[in-house]
Design a protein around this ligand. Sequence first.
Ligand code: MG
Length: 379
Amino acid sequence: MKHLSVLGSTGSVGENTLKIVRIHPDEFCVDALAVKKNVSRLYEQAVEFRPKMVCVYDGLCDRSWFTKFKKLGTRVVTGDEGLERVSTLSSVRQVICAMAGAAGLKPIFAAVRARKTVAVANKEPLVMAGKLLLEEAAKRKVAVLPIDSEHSALWQCLESQDPHAVKKLILTSSGGPFRRVKGSLAGISPKQALNHPKWKMGPKITIDSATLMNKGLEVIEAVNLFHIEAKKIEVVIHPEAIIHALVEFIDGSHIAHLGVTDMRIPIQYAMSYPKRLANHLPPLDLAKLQALHFEKPDMKRFPCLRLGYEASRIGGTMPSVLNAANEIAVEAFLGGKIGFLDIPKIIERTMMRHCLVRKPGLADILDADLWARQTASEF
Ligand code: MG
């Protein structure tokens, strides 16, 4: 029985994680849950899964919740300290990190230091501090497992392969909702951008998919996870989103990972690894699909992807700056304060102003994050 802590349990990955626990009660049990502020959904989850501890990051305004959770035998903690406690709870073996944005960074480090296996769904911490995190994990001999579908695919394609035989990693992208839109993207509304053709995800990552920043961040994520240079990572648009990634080897062989477009596959693999478990998902019907399509991404039309490559090439604190400026720009776009095409402009301007730290520690990374948030907000 694997004891889990699920950070971000009311988000899309969190809910899917609990669906997997529900169909495999003999494999997994939930010891802790953490949310930003959705207490009522957290309570429903606690009634079903009976965790020992829950964290409400933003705190509890209504004190009566404490009594309700207490009746279930569940302890409530709050804030940064609470988040650290649910990430390091002694009975927990694996922490599923699925909090949106950079907020997941500190609890992931705490979990690794407490020698928990961490499965990381939100790419921001891996973009900001992936190198440091993997060094820390190697020191303590704990595994950092990717949940992001492309990286789960790469991880599976690379398993038991000689790293020296890898020539290139290929990430696929569905191309987002505006791949076929002709003319200017200037007037795109948040509602249009939130309508993703293939994946059902939270608002931040859905906008990132529309600007292709999601793929830019994934390039950096892959650099950090698989110790490979950005120039050896290629992005290809693949609208059916059936092939999630490929690895090209020096002998010309390519190994690809295919599956139906459902996050429960990569989530479950990170949970059950090294085992594979059955699930209730519809099978992949290749004959019904008939054809798979591929095209080159348009970096001029979607400059966020180019910025992702650039930040990765520059390295140091720049990926942090890219990530933080993007979070601020996406928030402003969703709030109707800026247009769709202002997103890459704000990110690029923030990157240009940044004084780079080449070999940053965690404190430098957090400083760069804060600085970039302030600077991007001014823009
Ligand atoms: Mg992905």
